[in-house]
Design a protein around this ligand. Structure first.
Ligand SMILES: Nc1nc2c(ncn2[C@@H]2O[C@H](COP(=O)(O)OP(=O)(O)OP(=O)(O)O)[C@@H](O)[C@H]2O)c(=O)[nH]1
Ligand SMILES: [Mg+2]
Length: 761
């Protein structure tokens, strides 16, 4: 026996798993007199002595059996010896930190001498599915927090039986948190007699209730979450209190309510109520109809018909009530939804009545925040919810859905766990250098490069993801009458813009939206640019130039039948050129050239006759008679590929990334325009629907930091720096990866993320 950590080994569950054998010298060294039984069964004073002992050993790094506690200290940010234990609050998203803990456990088992049982425990821990592991965190964290009030050895002693019990118990429903705790306590953990009884803080879910309630103990995954909630609730409250007064991310016990369907004039409006009091508050407002009129005991995932009333029993609306009890709800809390008549008035009245009955109006993003804090979603998934709600195209929604289904989180968790594996190996060398074979540096480098490649792969999704989220603003500019408004109408398949043969028809900037290969595009039709004495037209021209300068992509339209003219050169000089004639509004973004009215162009022949003919017809370019004649001549397909290149001044040729021939009146060349736009925007694969999840700006920034830290690590390895330096960079990489999923994230970041949500989300 080495330390208080080994107290757990005495627990029936843990000893079955061979936990004791994980430390190489645990059985033989006998380096401490602080046996397990002393920590747990003899109560507070011994526990504290034991804790000090454990701390000493962690700091001295001389106790092999404490490797796991090092990892847990790191994962749970347990305080160092001497720090005020009361100031500790678990990291906000610590629930998911247990996964790295498990991963490390596994990798330790790979590098350290161990028993066969330990290997199989570790292997099974690794084999545990993502969802199962997600169930562990909250209860572990919160239980750990309770025990932590006494000492962190106690906290770890709670973690271990959970982990081992989870490994051993494929049927989660058979596992009762209380019984596990009792096991831990009986096995010598610090709980009993430590002065803090975690059950005393319980939200009233006693083990008897758990045992008796078939709905909560039927063995499903959800049921475990439910039964653990009693424990969870207690510590969440205390940890929340310790963070009180800070931003939105403070988890509180209020029951919140909000209209979640917006105030539009739909036929149905939904009000969501979430929190421990959701059912009782709803019961004060809801009057069931039919056979429930004389007695109503709401059951989860049932819909009830009835009415909503105010405090004076005045009828507010006829409603449907949907009950979703914890943890099988969006927030993992008790949730009740009122489905009212739409139109705003009914829902507002019912919401007011719910607030009078004790609910608090939800803040923006608070439902999703609770889902995150309760371990229902990771941070990347929470962000995906926001993206899904705000998606403007089907491709953007698909990408958000893919993120919501743990796309980003899973990929980053995998990278993180690989980082932890490497870290575990390095730390093992720091702890037991003399016992272990030297590090295989080429193999280590290879693993680090693999992680970097994974980060780079995730980063490659950032640009296309950003395009899907924010879309593109595209301004159409050119001289009057070249067909800008016609092009906007044809492209958006609408009659949005007025089209006439009178030059100067469009006077102001006009907007229309469309999806180009899944990218939401905002098209801006502008007034034709020319010198004018008309004050209104002059203002219109100024706005055209400003729109072109501000857009992501400027499309300059010319008359494809006449080709490039001097008037086009003037506009080009004004928008792209320097010196005389250039405007103050310069186009800095990307540029395309569209040669419209291609139906009027006479194809060039080898002797150039066509060009002359087209030139001679330029005066009637706008007339429909000419258009039909040109068409009968079999004007081009709209794509310049098989056509001779359009003669352009050198500077223009260098400025425009592509030249596309179109006929707005015949709706030709629009696919070529789509492709050119996507290619220019850097997302050609979007057109083929080849986009799944993508990282957003915040996640990309964290991934870049992580990549940089791994680069530094590679440099440290190349420079043959001491191992300690390697671990510093590796920890930095881990920290940055943890920010993506929210495993390790500052409260301010959470506030920023969730404040972008709107009310009711
Ligand atoms: N034959 C032919 N005529 C076109 C085409 N596109 C536009 N036109 C005609 O050209 C004329 C001007 O079209 P608009 O779309 O109003 O041109 P605009 O560039 O918006 O003009 P302003 O608003 O004055 O700047 C109309 O008579 C259109 O029918 C085309 O592709 N082929
Ligand atoms: Mg126009």
């Amino acid at each position: 026996m080495a330390t208080g950590i080994h107290c757990v080994n005495a627990s029936p569950v843990a000893s079955v798993c061979g936990w004791r054998s994980l430390g190489p010298r645990s059985a033989s060294t006998g380096s401490s007199a602080c046996a397990g039984s002393a920590t747990g069964s003899s109560g507070g004073a011994n526990a504290i002595r034991s804790t000090s002992h454990v701390c000493d050993r962690v700091l001295a790094r001389d106790a092999p059996a404490l490797n796991y506690s090092c990892v847990a200290c790191y994962a749970f940010r347990l305080p160092q010896r001497g720090s005020d234990i009361r100031a500790w609050s678990p990291p906000l998203a610590a629930p998911r930190l247990i996964r790295p803990f498990l991963a490390t456990m596994s990798s330790r088992a790979n590098v350290l001498p161990r028993s066969q049982a330990a290997v199989s425990t570790a292997a099974r821990a690794r084999a545990m599915g993502h969802q199962q592991q997600q169930l562990l965190p909250q209860s572990l964290l919160r239980s750990a927090a309770t025990y932590h009030a006494a000492d962190f050895a106690g906290a770890l002693s709670v973690l271990q039986p959970y982990v081992t019990a989870e490994v051993l118990q494929p049927r989660y429903g058979r596992l009762r948190p209380r019984s596990v705790l009792v096991n831990a306590a009986a096995g010598g953990s610090t709980t009993v007699g430590s002065g803090i009884n975690p059950m005393a803080l319980d939200d009233g879910v006693t083990s008897t209730e758990d045992e008796d309630d078939p709905g909560r103990g039927s063995g499903s995954v959800d049921d475990l979450g439910s039964s653990m909630d009693g424990i969870n609730g207690s510590i969440s409250g205390s940890s929340a209190r310790s963070r009180s007064g800070v931003g939105l991310t403070t988890k509180d016990e209020d029951t919140i309510a909000s209209i979640v369907t917006g105030m539009s004039h739909g036929s149905v409006a939904i009000i969501r109520v979430s929190g421990t009091e959701a059912v009782s508050i709803a019961a004060r407002v809801f009057r069931p109809g039919g056979r429930f009129r004389f007695g109503w005991q709401p059951q989860s995932h049932r819909v009830y018909y009835g009415t909503a009333v105010d405090g004076d029993e005045r009828l507010l609306d006829e409603v449907l009530l949907l009950v979703m009890l914890s943890p099988r709800s969006y927030t993992a809390e008790d949730v009740v939804e009122f489905h009212c008549h739409g139109g705003g008035v009914c829902a507002s009245r019912v919401l007011r009545s719910l607030i009078e009955a004790g609910a608090r109006p939800a803040k923006p993003g608070e439902f999703t925040l609770r889902a995150f804090l309760n371990g229902r979603l990771d941070l990347a998934q929470a962000e995906a919810v926001m993206e899904l709600i705000g998606a403007r195209t089907a491709a953007a929604a698909d990408s958000a859905l893919s993120g919501l289904r743990a796309g980003v989180g899973a990929a980053v968790s995998d990278l993180r766990s690989r980082c932890l594996d490497v870290l575990a190996e390095l730390e093992a060398r720091l702890d037991f250098d003399e016992d272990l074979p030297p590090i295989d540096v080429p193999e280590l480098k290879c693993r680090i490069e693999g992680i970097q490649a994974g980060i780079e792969k995730a980063l490659r999704t950032a640009h296309a993801g950003n395009l899907l989220r924010t879309g593109l603003q595209v301004a159409i500019v050119g001289r009057p009458n070249v067909g800008k408004s016609s092009l906007l109408n044809a492209w958006t398949n609408s009659d949005r813009a007025i089209v006439t043969e009178v030059p100067g028809t469009t006077r102001d900037v006009l907007e229309a939206t469309l999806s180009v290969g899944g990218v939401p595009v905002t098209l801006l039709d502008t007034a034709g640019i020319r010198q004018s004495s008309d004050v209104v037209e002059r203002i219109g021209v100024e706005r055209s130039q400003a729109a072109a300068a501000a857009a992501d992509i400027a499309i300059m339209v010319i008359d494809g039948a006449t080709g490039w003219t001097d008037a086009d050169s003037d506009i080009f000089r004004a928008l792209w050129g320097d010196g005389p004639g250039s405007s103050t509004c310069k186009v800095k973004g990307l540029a395309l050239l569209v040669a419209n009215k291609d139906d009027l162009r006479v194809p060039r022949t080898d002797n150039g006759v066509g060009a002359t003919a087209a030139q001679s017809r330029s005066n009637c370019a706008a007339s429909s008679a000419c258009a039909s004649t040109a068409h009968s001549h079999g004007a081009g397909s709209g794509v310049s590929a098989e056509e001779p290149p359009l003669p352009l001044p050198l500077l223009a040729r260098e400025t425009f990334a592509a030249v596309v021939r179109t006929s707005a009146s015949e709706r030709r060349g629009l696919e070529a325009l789509d492709s050119a736009l996507l290619k220019l925007a850097g997302a050609p694969q979007l057109a083929s629907g080849g986009m799944s999840w993508s990282v957003n700006e915040r996640q990309a920034e964290a991934l870049v930091r992580s990549h940089e830290a791994l680069m530094r690590l590679a440099e440290s390895i190349a420079a043959d720096m001491p191992l300690d330096f390697w671990t510093i960079d590796l920890r930095a990489a881990l920290l940055a990866l943890g920010e993506v999923s929210g495993d390790e994230v500052a409260e301010e970041v959470l506030d920023t993320v969730f404040s972008r949500f709107c009310i009711g989300k």
